[in-house]
Design a protein around this ligand. Structure first.
Ligand SMILES: [Zn+2]
Length: 139
């Protein structure tokens, strides 16, 4: 899967679908994210203050370069994004993500907010800010 979640690999699409299904089985509430798109394509999940938006779209090959758009975006109770280490659903991975730097991947560190919802460690803060908080970034 590339960083934007577009892929031709059915296994990657299936893994994201399984993450969603496993989360729901583990008690996450789930609703359609958008009024105009079915829940089985884009859904918002919530549990214990965490939020995840899971995209599992099969794309129309006549309109798209890729066959699938499959991605998991997650945020912690602190509203900052959580990077997952595995596409295999695991609540402890999400909890550990609260103390994981989304820039360098360091674990068990104090996390700071950068940009709108970025999470990074103290050493990464200057470069992360430089990258995200350019002049006018809140416009
Ligand atoms: Zn870092």
């Amino acid at each position: 899967m590339n960083s934007t979640g577009y892929t031709d690999e059915k296994t990657e699409y299936a893994e994201v679908c399984k993450w969603r299904d496993d989360a729901i089985a583990d008690g996450w509430s789930h609703t359609a994210t958008y009024d105009h798109e079915a829940e089985d394509r884009v859904c918002t999940l919530k549990k214990d203050g965490f939020t995840a938006m899971v995209i599992t779209r099969e794309l129309d090959s006549s309109k798209s370069k890729y066959k699938y758009n499959a991605e998991i975006n997650a945020w912690g109770p602190d509203k900052l994004s959580v990077s997952l280490q595995s596409v295999i659903y695991n609540m402890s991975d999400l909890r550990a993500g609260l103390r994981r730097c989304n820039w360098c991947g360091a674990n068990n560190v104090d996390a700071y907010m950068v940009g709108f919802a970025g999470r990074c460690c103290k050493p990464c803060l200057p470069k992360a800010r430089k990258q995200l908080e350019y002049p006018g970034w809140t416009d």
